[in-house]
Design a protein around this ligand. Structure first.
Ligand SMILES: [Ca+2]
Ligand SMILES: [Ca+2]
Length: 167
């Protein structure tokens, strides 16, 4: 655990400040993100992966669905989650699924685990077994005030907004 934290700090220091993002991507913290809700684009989860990767090819960078809580993102997660909360009231796709092994959530780009013990999950989520294998994120509110972003499992073939990240 201490080792993982240290890695996060080192990665944070290695990220250059003031980098520019390609067109249609937005710099949040130190990472470039594409919010499909800004462009009215909804895709299935697999379609969203393709969409992100194609945007990457277009700009000569590596892009894929966004991750949270992995080594490539941990220095940026809080800022990113705040931005997610302000973007859309809808459930959006992020880049993890348990399609490979039911109940084993894996971030598709990094291959890192998303543990079931993560406090990011909404209570009772993930809860739909093999019928829901793709990661959704949504904003929880306490009264009218932003509370936080929650995770749940959702159907992979329902077109939804999604977020791409440049790695
Ligand atoms: Ca599942
Ligand atoms: Ca669910």
């Amino acid at each position: 655990m201490a080792g993982a934290k240290l890695l996060c700090v080192l990665m944070a220091m290695a990220v250059a400040e003031g980098s520019n993002c390609p067109s249609s991507f937005e710099e949040i913290g130190s990472i470039c993100y594409y919010f499909s809700s800004d462009f009215g684009v909804k895709e299935t989860w697999n379609g969203a992966v393709d969409h992100c990767q194609n945007l990457g090819y277009l700009f000569g960078v590596t892009a894929n669905l966004a991750e949270v809580g992995t080594d490539s993102t941990c220095s940026n997660d809080y800022t990113f989650m705040e931005a997610v909360a302000t973007k859309s009231g809808e459930q959006i796709f992020l880049g993890a699924s348990d399609s490979g092994h039911e109940g084993q959530w894996v971030w598709q780009h990094s291959g890192a685990d998303l543990p079931l013990s993560s406090n990011q999950w909404w209570s009772d989520e993930p809860g739909e077994g093999t019928t829901e294998n793709c990661l959704l994120a949504w904003t929880g509110f306490s009264g009218d005030v932003f509370n936080r972003v929650y995770f749940g499992d959702g159907g992979c073939t329902v077109p939804r907004y999604f977020i791409c990240q440049i790695y």
